[in-house]
Structure formats: structure tokens, C-alpha cells
Design a protein around this ligand. Structure first.
Ligand code: ATP
Ligand code: MG
Length: 315
């Protein structure tokens, strides 16, 4: 779907991106992560030709992007940035409708698409379609930014720190929505962040960059299990690694399942869909080594033992 082959970008004497090669498969959510100035945004913006690469080749669906008109290319690729880039004098509906209108969709289809996307992003059309960007909270504006990027139904979405400016709770809920939308509409997404926790939560693959180069690309699990060098290990949080790893696994993966569901338990419990990290936190809080595991209806369906988290004792 997206292929970068030995791609470099120089600004004068600065080598912002240094010979990176990367293939992103259809339906993947690929996260570029690294410290400030390592070339994440430049890499992303070369894919939709907002920045022209200096060397190497970039292909989309096998087609060299140099041969695609930049305007056409950008209509095929959704782009979301931290500051949303909404047009301030246009309503939410008109902002979302930019690409469909450019693509010449009939008015009724555009209107239907706008409503559909507002619903998808959890914004009631009757309330939000006629508002202006200045009347929105940061989180709402960011949702509109995502809706706009999805409007022309592009196969590819490029997202540059889209949730970076939001408070942790809003960010968490938008991350969950992105995962939900990704399950529903399966876009190919390249997502930039400098927040490793965000990368671990969202990515099917994490690409770690340092000084314009790719130092490692792997699944979140593989990255945590085997960081390629000390820099990746530091990015992963050093001694916090164990908790981050536990954050990737669900309670249901390690619990002992009961033969049949029981009524709601009295003592400490955790949801089967929670992470092992959350379960550990509940155990620490209640000072207990076992937790009842409950399903979405509050019925007990299993038990989680602290010992199960420590299996494969390597000490
Ligand atoms: N238009 C430009 N002209 C000159 N240098 C630039 C330009 N754009 C980026 N750079 C330089 O290229 C390098 C990579 O910048 P880039 O914006 O890709 O970093 P980043 O990883 O996105 O950082 P951040 O996390 O701070 O957004 C930096 O050293 C930056 O100063
Ligand atoms: Mg950047």
C-alpha cells in the first residue's frame, strides 16, 4: 500500500530524513515515534507531497507518487494535524465537506456523508453541523478534523500528533474511538507521536526513529520484548517496561475461567476486558493476590491470580 524506499530529505545542510525504508500494509496502523526533531513529520508529509523528498522513491498502491498530481494525491489521502487546520469562517459541516465537494459529489450525498461522519465521531449533527470551529472545544475540533480527513473515504490516513494537545481523558477517549473506527472502516494509517504509551496502545507496528533514521520497527509486543538498543529501551520507559507490557494484555488472557458464570462478586474484581496492568493496580490497591473477573454485565466469569502474572519465572 505505502512503500518508502531509501527515502531522504535534506533542508540545506540538515539531513532531516536519512535513507528510510518502510512498507505499510493495507489496514495497518503504523506509528512513527521518536524524540523531537527526529524527522517524523517530514517523513509523513513526504507521503502526501506536502514536502518533496530529495532522494529515494515513494509508492502508493505500486504507483510512484512523483507521477501523481499532488492535488489529486492529497484528495486520496486524509491528513490530520494537531492544530486541526479547520477553516475558521466555515461551519463544521462545510469543513467536513471540503474533499467530497472537490470530488464533485452531488449535494445530497455530501450532506449524508457529513451526517454519517458526525455520528461516527460521536457529534450529534443537529447540534454540531452548523457550529463554527471557534465554538468547539479542543476535543470536539479534533473530532471534526478526523471526520474531515475521512470524508472523501480515502484508503490512507496520515495523522501527525492529532491528540497531542488534548487532556489525558479526552485523548484516551479519542484513541479508543480511533481504534473503533479502524475496526469498522479499516484504513491504512500512518500516525506520528512522541508518546510511547500512545504508540503502544494504537499501533499494529511501531517504527522508532532517531536522527532521521529508523532504528527499529516491530509490533508493540516484540518491541517491548526486544528493544534494539539503549535508545529504544529508554523510549520504552526503562524499568516501566514490565508495566507497559502488562498494559498490552487483557485479563481474559490469563484468568482461570469458571465453568459457569456466578452472580456479581462481593470482593475486589476486575473487568475481563481490562489490561493486566489495571488488574495489578487493583491488586496493589486492595492488597490481594486474587481478583474476581467479571464480564460486561457484572457477572463473575473467572479468577485472576497474581502468580499467573509471574509465570515463566526468570529470576
Ligand atoms: N522546512 C524546513 N526547513 C529547514 N529545516 C527543517 C524544515 N522542516 C523540518 N526541518 C528540520 O528537520 C528536522 C526534522 O523535523 P521534523 O519536523 O520532521 O521533526 P519531528 O520528528 O516531527 O519533531 P517534533 O516531534 O518536534 O514534531 C528538524 O531538525 C527540523 O529542524
Ligand atoms: Mg513533528
Amino acid at each position: 500500500m505505502i512503500e518508502l524506499n531509501n527515502v531522504s530529505k535534506t533542508f540545506g545542510s540538515i539531513r532531516a530524513v536519512d535513507s528510510i525504508s518502510l512498507t505499510v500494509q493495507p489496514g495497518e496502523l503504523c506509528v512513527l515515534v521518536g524524540t523531537s526533531g527526529c524527522g517524523k513529520s517530514t517523513s509523513l508529509r513526504m507521503i502526501n507531497r506536502l514536502i518533496e523528498h530529495s532522494a529515494g522513491s515513494i509508492r502508493i498502491d505500486g504507483e510512484d507518487i512523483d507521477r501523481i498530481d499532488p492535488q489529486q494525491l492529497r484528495r486520496r489521502i486524509g491528513y490530520v494535524i494537531q492544530s486541526t487546520g479547520l477553516f475558521p469562517h466555515w461551519t463544521v459541516a462545510r469543513n467536513i465537506a471540503v474533499v467530497p465537494s472537490l470530488l464533485g459529489w452531488p449535494a445530497a450525498r455530501v450532506q449524508a456523508r457529513v451526517d454519517e461522519l458526525l455520528h461516527l465521531l460521536g457529534l450529534e449533527p443537529a447540534e454540531f453541523a452548523g457550529k463554527y470551529p471557534s465554538q468547539l472545544s479542543g476535543g470536539q475540533a479534533q473530532r471534526v478534523g478526523v471526520a474531515r480527513a475521512l470524508a472523501g473515504d480515502p484508503d490512507i490516513l496520515l495523522m501527525d500528533e492529532p491528540f497531542g494537545a488534548l487532556d489525558p481523558i479526552t485523548r484516551d477517549s479519542l484513541q479508543n474511538e480511533l481504534l473503533r473506527i479502524q475496526q469498522q472502516v479499516a484504513k491504512t494509517i500512518v500516525f506520528v507521536t512522541h508518546d510511547m504509551d500512545e504508540a503502544l496502545k494504537l499501533a499494529t507496528r511501531i517504527v522508532v526513529m532517531d536522527k532521521g533514521r529508523i532504528v527499529q520497527q516491530d509490533s508493540p509486543q516484540a518491541l517491548l520484548a526486544k528493544p534494539a538498543n539503549a535508545f529504544v529501551e529508554t523510549l520504552l520507559g526503562g524499568q516501566e517496561r514490565g508495566l507497559k507490557q502488562a498494559g498490552l494484555l487483557q485479563v481474559s488472557s490469563l484468568m482461570q475461567r469458571l465453568p459457569k458464570a456466578l452472580p456479581a462478586p462481593v470482593g475486589a474484581s476486575v473487568d475481563a476486558a481490562a489490561s493486566l496492568r489495571q488488574a495489578l493496580s487493583v491488586m496493589l490497591w486492595h492488597r490481594c493476590k486474587r481478583l474476581a473477573v467479571v464480564d460486561g454485565d457484572g457477572l463473575q466469569i473467572g479468577v485472576l491470580h497474581l502468580g499467573a502474572l509471574l509465570e515463566d519465572d526468570q529470576c
